[in-house]
Design a protein around this ligand. Structure first.
Ligand code: PMP
Length: 406
């Protein structure tokens, strides 16, 4: 049976316990960024209060302790994803991680190559590939997408096998729809034709906790701030032989082996990708976020999130005038919808008046919006710290907004 102490969890997240516009906050924007447990906040404060020192530099006590704690989080991250520590590179976010890979592959790409993305991608997994395509002559193409925004796995596998892309860059779950990509068959098809595979795990890393060894992708990116951790930190996983042969993206101190006035040699991965003073407090905060997630147990989180999502979807479907664009099965807990032809911003502003925080707009997925024939939508995204009461307030507030608009 599900033992999930939601009251305790709510108390761990201070931001959730406040009123907005005189109403209790109902935070339904975790796909944009998750809230942070007190332990993450405390870890960051403690670092600056008692432990502050730079890493990998000094031999003094504080520096050695900072380096040790910092590297321990790399180990924890590797464990979370079931990969090796030397396969984890710190970046400033999922966006920078994708840019790192795109730039690192550039020298290998030319007119004979194809880069394949999907129409579901966040702009962060589109624009870097457009630029690399312009710079190298490699062709950029997209997988076919059903009218309703779902990928037909079989059709996509056939397309991959026919096209034989040099690289497939695809999201684990759509940030706009919440739809989960059936990655395993797609990766198998890509591997059958020797394609590299990059998975954008910005939305999947928390809700789906992938075993990356089993998933068998070459690169995986995600952001700490969507996984209960601080902003300004991202994770790049690279299969070691792929990571180590990737060209460097930025350069300077720390990533070098020997520097002469005219040239330098670099350290092996992951060090060769980590130049300059890193986001030390961010890494430590992310470590606390992983500890929090590990303590909760992923199976319980997922079970709770799925039940909450079904409850919300069932209620939203019944509201007059609402169209839902999300797939209601295989979803990480995101509801993408519109009300008749009301502008999503208007409804989001009205909902905010009731303390309900939802996202509105194109969600950094303009090609998907074009595909669906929309200018924008509302998006309510759920996390395990949301409650059934949040759902009830959201739906009741939505009905009040609809009455106001009538
Ligand atoms: N990919 C997806 C699917 C996302 O949802 C996001 C964040 N909205 C990103 C990439 C970019 O992540 P970040 O802004 O943290 O770099």
């Amino acid at each position: 049976a599900l033992k999930f102490d939601i009251n305790k969890i709510r108390n761990d997240f201070p931001t959730l316990n406040q009123t907005i516009n005189g109403c209790p906050l109902v935070y339904l924007d975790s796909a944009a960024t998750s809230q942070k447990p007190q332990s993450v906040i405390d870890t960051i404060t403690e670092f600056y209060t008692f432990q502050n020192a730079n890493v990998h530099r000094g031999r003094h006590t504080l520096s050695e302790q900072a380096t040790y704690s910092y590297e321990q989080v790399r180990d924890k991250t590797a464990q979370y994803f079931n990969v090796f520590s030397k396969e984890i590179v710190w970046t400033k976010g999922a966006t920078e991680a994708i840019n790192l890979v795109a730039n690192g592959l550039k020298k290998r790409l030319n007119e004979s190559h194809t880069i394949m993305i999907s129409p579901l991608e966040h702009h962060a997994n589109i624009v870097p590939w457009q630029i690399v395509s312009q710079q190298t002559g490699a062709k950029l193409i997209a997988l076919p997408l059903n009218k309703n925004g779902t990928l037909n796995t079989k059709e996509c596998c056939e397309f991959i096998k026919e096209t034989k892309p040099a690289l497939l860059a695809i999201t684990q779950a759509s940030n706009t729809l919440g739809n989960i990509t059936d990655l395993k068959p797609l990766i198998r098809a890509a591997k059958d034709v020797n394609s590299l595979v990059l998975v954008d795990g910005a939305q999947g890393a928390l809700h789906l906790k992938p075993d990356l060894r089993e998933l068998n992708c070459d690169f995986y990116v995600c952001s700490s701030h969507k996984m209960l951790g601080p902003t300004g930190l991202g994770v790049l996983y690279g299969r070691y032989e792929q990571l180590n042969t990737l060209d460097i993206y930025q350069s300077g101190g720390e990533m070098i082996d020997k520097v002469y006035l005219t040239h330098s040699t670099y350290r092996p991965a992951p060090a060769k990708f980590e130049t300059g003073t890193p986001n030390i407090s961010g890494v430590l905060g992310f470590g606390a976020a992983l500890d929090y997630l590990n303590e909760l147990d992923h199976a319980k989180i997922q079970q709770y999130e799925q039940k909450l999502f079904s409850y919300a979807a069932q209620k939203l479907v019944k509201v007059d005038g609402i169209t839902i664009y999300s797939n209601l099965s295989d979803n990480i807990g995101t509801l993408c919808f519109n009300l008749n032809d009301e502008h999503p911003y208007d409804l989001a502003t009205l909902l905010d008046g009731y303390g309900v925080a939802v996202r509105s707009g194109h969600h950094c997925t303009q090609p998907l919006m074009t595909h669906l024939g929309l200018n924008g939508t509302l998006r309510a995204s759920f996390c395990f710290y949301n409650t059934y009461e949040d759902v009830d307030i959201f739906i009741d507030s939505l009905k009040k907004c609809i009455a106001l608009l009538d």
